[in-house]
Design a protein around this ligand. Sequence first.
Ligand code: HEC
Ligand code: HEC
Ligand code: HEC
Ligand code: HEC
Ligand code: HEC
Length: 222
Amino acid sequence: MDRFSVGRMPGPSLVQSAPACRPLTERSGEGLLDTGRKSLHRFVFGVSTVVFLAYFMREIVSPVAGIGVIILLLTAGCSESTDYAQPIAYNHATHIQEVGMECIDCHIQAETHQKASIPNIALCIECHEEALTESMEEEKLVTYIQEDQTIPWVQVHRVPDHAYFSHRRHVAMGKISCEQCHGQVTEMTLPFTKPAFQINMNFCIQCHKNNQVSTECADCHR
Ligand code: HEC
Ligand code: HEC
Ligand code: HEC
Ligand code: HEC
Ligand code: HEC
């Protein structure tokens, strides 16, 4: 029942709750920006298909099958959204906009190391040792904390071993904002299931050219 839990929170967060039937592919980065409109289209299309098929079955095939088709289509439409690719439906928007945290409060190595680092219970425990909300997602977090278990986040951005990428170089020395490479994270109400921008060689080279930074093969392939 994950998909309803965010909506159980009191207050303004209700508005940001996850729509019940939304495919996984839209649950991150850029996809979030216009899901409202897209899901309306999908909803209207879905409803007309159900009505048409049900009518067709009822009139032409058989009344019992008509009801069956309605039930089948309704459940099929929702089933794809029941599991998140991440263990907890973490919400960047609440922590940044409502709690007032900054990226490096959680991704504490972004200015100093190659890896930005993904926070885990050692950091979350500062505020979530006990539940602050009615959210089922937070309840999962509190359980991880109380059982001293690591949250098994799935890392979605990754360059292969033959390429070298350093956050410190880009964030601290290059003064490049997180958003330029990771999209509008501040607006994200659901966790990352895919990168906002596809990270391939062209993504790196384009920006290096625009900024007169080296595009020598050996600088990245070391
Ligand atoms: C500085 C305090 C603070 C830290 C650290 C913190 N949170 Fe929160 N978190 C909050 C507050 C406050 C709320 C309630 C926000 C609201 O109701 O508007 C919240 C709400 C939540 C919720 C439930 C509501 C929602 O927005 O989805 C989850 C899940 C959550 N946090 C996960 C995490 C995780 C995972 C970490 C560690 C990586 C973490 N939090 C670290 C303060 C914090
Ligand atoms: C110039 C582009 C760029 C910028 C700027 C950037 N990132 Fe990244 N980020 C990447 C790439 C590429 C990866 C994959 C790196 C890898 O495989 O080690 C990544 C991976 C990550 C990861 C997961 C792996 C890890 O390093 O722990 C996190 C978290 C992350 N970035 C957060 C941030 C934050 C927060 C900022 C801003 C402070 C930021 N990034 C700025 C390109 C960027
Ligand atoms: C309260 C802690 C917290 C804050 C503040 C925070 N993040 Fe995160 N971030 C997380 C957690 C937890 C995850 C893992 C779940 C997910 O993928 O959404 C994550 C995941 C990410 C990832 C995906 C890493 C990967 O490759 O899997 C990126 C990129 C990222 N955050 C960027 C940012 C940026 C940019 C900001 C500031 C605008 C920010 N984060 C602020 C906790 C935080
Ligand atoms: C949004 C722009 C941007 C993107 C995207 C970007 N870079 Fe960079 N990169 C820079 C800038 C600016 C610098 C110079 C930083 C400095 O002042 O040292 C830099 C420096 C570097 C350096 C050091 C170069 C040297 O002269 O030794 C390496 C290596 C590097 N980037 C690798 C990567 C890789 C790998 C990717 C893709 C995964 C990538 N960069 C994506 C802007 C970018
Ligand atoms: C700014 C960093 C950067 C520079 C400069 C760069 N590469 Fe890459 N290259 C990458 C990254 C990052 C990947 C991994 C892309 C992915 O995962 O899709 C990659 C992938 C590759 C691959 C694997 C196939 C592919 O396209 O994914 C080859 C081959 C390659 N690079 C050759 C070169 C050669 C030859 C040069 C010099 C002319 C060069 N690269 C310069 C960052 C760079």
